[in-house]
Design a protein around this ligand. Sequence first.
Ligand code: MG
Length: 172
Amino acid sequence: MLSEKLCAAFNAQINAELWSAYLYLSMSVDASDRGEKGAANWFMVQFQEEQDHAKIMINHLLSRGNKVVLKPIEGVRTSWDNTLEAFKTTLEHEKKVTSLINSLYELAIEERDYAAQNTLKWFIDEQIEEEENVNEMIYQYEAVEGNRYGLLMMDKELAGRTYNTPSPLAQK
Ligand code: MG
């Protein structure tokens, strides 16, 4: 079992992951509104991955006999001027998530919870990938800013992203 303190922190992170999912769903429908089908697809895949992040934490609590407490999910922003702006919001958000995961890991060390540390290590690696991917997107969108053909090609590239379960830990 996780300590009461660590369990509460995991539950807070489950809420944060679901809020992330909600944010990316909002970005996906907003991209659809702008007619950018590829960006809509990219953020829809991101929406699915965030739900998996929540599931990994839920599975960890359940496996160890802790209680999952689902709290209300706060509202999210609903529109962005363009996909570059949405990716900039994404990067800022993922940086915050990285610091939340780091704090959670620190707490797991304080509580001497080695099993929780192992599960959180997956998230630490995942955050490196999240920030790297989004940085790359910002770099590419900045390179084609104002160029309609370039933006069209970018949207076609984003249309190719497919969803894969990020970890077997999300399945149960
Ligand atoms: Mg996440």
